[in-house]
Design a protein around this ligand. Structure first.
Ligand code: NAD
Length: 352
């Protein structure tokens, strides 16, 4: 994988806003300085990223690929002048595209990852990297062989609070962390299941390339509900582990510099959203790490009281890191004083 190429902007950009620091808007860019971007999958997340790409002065959105006509039309409205194609291979054939952003459903990430590198383009792919571990191994091998920039879209990894927490933990300010509790709690009115999206009236077999969506899953007639609500079903999704836990566990592992867990267990099931979905709405997962640290993650869709959170319980101090990024509250006066003196901490707006 290439290090520090001019296209490193992808690593820091929209995709992590620090690109603005590297390429301030006042800088006048020539065509050769711009990274020409293509996108695969412009649904919910893809459209958020599309808006952010349009704000990066050193990027030029050239084309998008999506299997659904509606999404292609929406993208063209957001970025008039771009090309919109129905097959990602046509996008990858375009010589005037340098870098690809993938925001397709999880079960197609591996194909889009491998095809993008094979086409010689840089890649930013939304989390989670792949649907299965063998697919992740294939992608890792391809990335190692490639000289292209590759980043997986865990954008909280680019946060200032993570950089600071990592430093403070490394510097020994918080002592040895033996336990981390983390959670994600949501709620939705009864009968309106969390994550369930309404199927648009024009989401028909004529307007969707269903075979491309299935990506090798068993052939069957078009199912608009599954096409729109793919994250509720195991054949397309990893449930809340790959949708949300991934963000928090990656953050914790980076902050504490943890290796892969040595043991893991998980309990839960479909306890509150009994609407035909397969993936659990209620989860308690425990991960044990070789560095004498245990991390728990809990998720519920039936009580949002605690929101999102991470709490470390080290030997010496207790730190509460509220989620998403932005504030770190510490219970020790020593650390509080230190943080308040630091410009970085002010940027983080401590909550005390
Ligand atoms: N980082 C974050 O905070 C965040 C937030 C939401 C979603 N995501 C991730 O983004 C990805 C997409 O999620 P979403 O909610 O936008 O899903 P979505 O269903 O809204 O969008 C997926 C898009 O991909 C298109 N698509 C399906 N098959 C395709 C194919 N073979 N080729 C090209 N396009 C295809 C669909 O038509 C749709 O427009 C997922 O991996 C999800 O985990 C990340």
């Amino acid at each position: 994988m290439a290090e520090n190429t001019r296209r490193d902007f992808i690593k820091r950009s929209a995709l992590g806003t620090a690109a603005m620091l590297v390429y301030p808007p006042s800088r006048v860019l020539g065509a050769n300085d711009r990274v020409r971007v293509g996108m695969i999958g412009v649904g919910g997340r893809g459209q958020e990223l599309l808006k952010q790409v349009l704000e990066v002065p050193s990027a030029q959105l050239v084309a998008i690929a999506d299997v659904y006509t509606d999404r292609r039309e929406e993208a063209k409205k957001m970025a008039p002048g771009i090309q919109a194609v129905d097959d990602h291979r046509r996008l990858l054939d375009m010589k005037d595209v340098d870098a690809i952003i993938v925001a397709s459903p999880l079960h197609i990430h591996c194909r889009h990852f491998l095809d993008t590198l094979a086409a010689g383009k840089d890649l930013y792919s939304e989390k989670t990297m792949t649907w299965s571990i063998p697919e992740a191994e294939q992608c890792l091998a391809a990335a190692k062989k490639s000289d292209r920039v590759v980043q997986i879209g865990l954008h909280h990894e680019s946060s200032g609070s993570l950089a600071d927490a990592r430093k403070w933990i490394k510097d020994g300010i918080v002592g040895k962390v033996t336990q981390v509790e983390s959670w994600m709690s949501r709620n939705t009115p009864r009968g309106k299941g969390q994550w369930v999206r309404k199927v648009p009236s024009d989401c028909t077999a004529q307007n969707v390339n269903w075979k491309a969506f299935l990506n090798g899953r068993s052939d069957r007639g078009f199912d608009p509900f599954k096409f729109i609500n793919w994250r509720l079903y195991w054949e397309f999704s990893g449930g809340n582990v790959t949708e949300n836990m991934i963000h928090q566990i990656a953050w914790i592992m980076t902050a504490l510099d943890l290796p892969e867990p040595s043991a893991a267990c998980m309990c839960g099931g479909v306890f509150s959203e009994k609407d035909g979905r397969e993936v659990p709405d209620t989860i308690v997962a425990t991960l044990e790490y070789p560095a004498d640290t245990v991390v728990t993650w809990q998720s519920t869709f039936s009580n949002s009281h605690y929101g999102l959170g991470v709490r470390h319980s080290p030997e010496i101090l207790r730190i509460r890191i509220t989620w998403p990024i932005g504030s770190i509250a510490c219970e020790a006066a020593r650390l509080r004083t230190l943080l308040l003196r630091s410009a970085t901490a002010q940027r983080l707006r401590p909550t005390w």
